[in-house]
Ligand binder design. Structure first.
Ligand SMILES: *Cc1c(COP(=O)(O)O)cnc(C)c1O
Length: 453
C-alpha cells in the first residue's frame, strides 16, 4: 500500500526560495506612486521595510538563498508532511488520489510563520527593534508575534475588530508570545479615530487595519512595517512549501493533475503552486484552482486594475483584482479571506488564465470541513475549508467519470482557534451573505482612474 505520509528529511529541504518573477507569462505591472502616477522606486519603500526585503520585492533572480538562521528556525516544524487523504477518498468513494500538504504543523498553526520568520530576520539584521502590522483572523499577528519572540523584536498588531471579538484566543496567543494586540479601528491613529467617529460599531477590515499599522510605522523612528500576504517577497518566502511538495510528490511517484488552495491575499496558495506554475507554463497539464468566499469574490468577480492596498490610501497603487479599497466585506468566519484585493503576482496569473478561480459560500465550506474532520480527523481552518470544498467537488466528479486524478490540497492551517465559527455551523446559526452587484459597483467607485505606464 502507498504511504499515508510522505516526509522529507531536514537535509533534503530546499536551500533557496523560488522567485517566479523572471518566469511570468506577462510583465508584472509596477506599483505606482498615487501622486505622480509613476512607478515607485526602492527608496520610496525604505521607511516601511528593511532594504533586503525591498530588493527581494523587485528581484529578477530566480533563486534566493535562505539564510542559515531562518533555515534553523524552519526546521522546528519543517519540512511539513504531505499526507494522502485515504479516509476521505474512501468516504467519498472516489477513484481520485487526494493529497494534502499540511502547513498546520507550525507553532502558529498555519503557513504564515514561513514569511514571519524571514521578515523578522531581515529586520533584525538591519537593526529594527519594533514592527507594526495588521491581522485579519489573527493568524498573521500570531505568526509575527512568534517571530518577534524568536528574534527579540517588539511586535504591535492591529487586529480587525470582528475577529478580535470572535477570536479571543488568537489575541492571547499573540500576547503569550509577547506581541501587543489592538482592535482596529482603534483610537490610536487618525485613520482609526475617523472611522470610529462615523461608525462606532465598525467591524473593521484588513484595509483599515493596514492603514492603522502604516500610520503607526511612519510616526515612529524605531518601527518598520510587515505585511503577511500580497507582496512579492511574501509569496517568495512561502515557496519553501511548494518546493518541498515537489520533492515529496516525486517520492510518491506522483504528478499533480489538480492543485487547489484558498486565497485571501494569495500567499499560501502562491507558495504551494508557484513552483508548479513554471511546469504548467512549460507545457505540463496541471489545473491550478484558487478558491475564495462568495462574500469577498476578488478573483471571480472583481476587475483587474490599479488600486490602493489599504482603506486610507496610504499604500502605493498595486495592479490586482480588487473590489475597491473602501470595500468592507461581510463578517464571514474565514477572516483570513476578507481582503478587498489580491497579490499582484496571483492576480496576473488569474488574468492570464493560468490559475482558475472559484468562489464558495461559507456554509458549504463548513460542510466540507466537517466531512473532512469526520474522515481525516484534522480540523481545518475556515479558510482552508474553501479549498477542501473544491477538492471534494472534484473528487466526486472523478467518481462519476472514473478518472483517477491526482488532486493536491494546500492545507493552510488548522481551525483550533475557530471553534466559535464551528459552533455557529453546528447550531444552524451560520449566515451566508450574497454580495449584490450594486455593492461591488458602489465600492468600485473608490478605485482611482490611473493611466497605465
Ligand atoms: C491567512 C490565512 C489564509 C489566507 O491568506 P493567504 O495570504 O491568501 O494565504 C488562508 N489560510 C489560513 C489558515 C490563513 O491563516
Amino acid at each position: 500500500m502507498a504511504d499515508a505520509k510522505i516526509f522529507l528529511s531536514e537535509s533534503e529541504m530546499p536551500q533557496a526560495w523560488y522567485n517566479i518573477q523572471p518566469d511570468l507569462p506577462a510583465p508584472l505591472m509596477p506599483p505606482l506612486n498615487p501622486g505622480t502616477g509613476e512607478p515607485i522606486g526602492p527608496g520610496d519603500l525604505a521607511p516601511l521595510f528593511p532594504m533586503e526585503l525591498i530588493m527581494q520585492e523587485v528581484s529578477m533572480e530566480r533563486w534566493i538563498e535562505i539564510p542559515d538562521d531562518v533555515m534553523r528556525i524552519y526546521t522546528r516544524w519543517r519540512p511539513s508532511p504531505l499526507h494522502r487523504a485515504f479516509a476521505l477518498e474512501e468516504e467519498l468513494g472516489t477513484p481520485a488520489r487526494i493529497y494534502y500538504k499540511n502547513e498546520s504543523v507550525s507553532p502558529a498553526g498555519s503557513h504564515k510563520p514561513n514569511t514571519a520568520v524571514a521578515q523578522a530576520y531581515y529586520n533584525k539584521q538591519e537593526g529594527v527593534t519594533r514592527i507594526a502590522t495588521e491581522t485579519g483572523a489573527g493568524q498573521w499577528g500570531s505568526a509575527l508575534s512568534l517571530a518577534g519572540a524568536l528574534f527579540d523584536i517588539e511586535i504591535c498588531v492591529y487586529m480587525v475588530r470582528i475577529s478580535y471579538d470572535q477570536k479571543p484566543y488568537r489575541r492571547l496567543l499573540m500576547q503569550t508570545w509577547g506581541g501587543e494586540c489592538i482592535p482596529s479601528p482603534s483610537d490610536r491613529t487618525n485613520v482609526g479615530r475617523a472611522i470610529l467617529a462615523e461608525d462606532p460599531d465598525s467591524p473593521g477590515s484588513l484595509g483599515i487595519a493596514i492603514s492603522e499599522a502604516l500610520e503607526d510605522t511612519v510616526g515612529r523612528e524605531d518601527t518598520k512595517y510587515a505585511l503577511g500576504s500580497v507582496l512579492n517577497h511574501v509569496m517568495l518566502h512561502q515557496t519553501i512549501n511548494g518546493l518541498e511538495l515537489k520533492k515529496q510528490l516525486a517520492i510518491a511517484g506522483e504528478k499533480p493533475d489538480m492543485m487547489i488552495g484558498c486565497v485571501g491575499g494569495g500567499s499560501n496558495f502562491a507558495g504551494f503552486c508557484f513552483p508548479f506554475v513554471k511546469d504548467k507554463l512549460d507545457g505540463q497539464d496541471i489545473e491550478i484552482i484558487a478558491t475564495e468566499p462568495t462574500a469577498c469574490p476578488t478573483l471571480t468577480r472583481a476587475p483587474y486594475r490599479y488600486d490602493f492596498g489599504d482603506n486610507a490610501q496610504m499604500t502605493p497603487l498595486l495592479k490586482m483584482h480588487t473590489l475597491g479599497h473602501k470595500f468592507v466585506p461581510p463578517p464571514i468566519h474565514a477572516g483570513g479571506l476578507r481582503y478587498h484585493g489580491d497579490a499582484p503576482l496571483g492576480s496576473l496569473l488569474v488574468a492570464q488564465n493560468v490559475i482558475k478561480p472559484r468562489a464558495f459560500p461559507q456554509y458549504v465550506g463548513f460542510e466540507a470541513a466537517v466531512t473532512w474532520a469526520r474522515s481525516e480527523g484534522h480540523l481545518p481552518a475556515p479558510e482552508t475549508a474553501h479549498a477542501i470544498k473544491a477538492a471534494i467537488d472534484e473528487a466526486l466528479k472523478c467518481k462519476e467519470t472514473g478518472e483517477e486524478k491526482c488532486i493536491v490540497i494546500a492545507y493552510s492551517g488548522h481551525g483550533h482557534f475557530d471553534m466559535a465559527s464551528y459552533d455557529a455551523y453546528l447550531t444552524g446559526n451560520l449566515i451566508d451573505y450574497e454580495l449584490p452587484q450594486e455593492m461591488i459597483d458602489e465600492a468600485m467607485k473608490s478605485v482611482p482612474e490611473v493611466p497605465e505606464p
